[in-house]
Ligand binder design. Sequence first.
Ligand code: FEO
Length: 170
Amino acid sequence: MLSKKIEEALNKQVTIEAESSQVYLAMASYAENLGFEGVSQFMYAHSDEEREHMLKLIKFINERGGHAIVSQLSAPPTEFGSFKDMFQNLFNHEVMVSKTINDLVDVSLQEKDYATHNFLQWYVSEQIEEEALARNILDKINLIGDDKGGFYLFDNDIKQLITKPTPPQV
Ligand code: FEO
């Protein structure tokens, strides 16, 4: 059984994951409008992944006797500037999410909720991967600089970095 404090903290994370999914969906649409198919596919897939992160939390909260809440979301921006700006934005967003996951791990320890602590380890590892991926992409963009041909190749190459979301399991 979840304590009220943990339930509320997990529900806050549900909203953060849902908003992450919205932000990446907005980035996908932005890139698609600019004609960058690879980047937009990457962002659509990333948005789906965030939805899976949200679903995994919802199922966990409900299975542990809590009530997962689907809340109102804030609207993401519609423009994201250059690709460098957009991927920097993605990286900063993931760093923020890692911080909220760490805070959640802290709460689980304070509450001596070891089942939630154990559940959250998946998110801790996932955040390491997501930050590394964003950093890797930013490095590539920095190498390209202002080379238009380089961006064409980058748009093609990024398709290889698209990961299939793992189905939610609790
Ligand atoms: Fe669900 Fe990218 O953090």
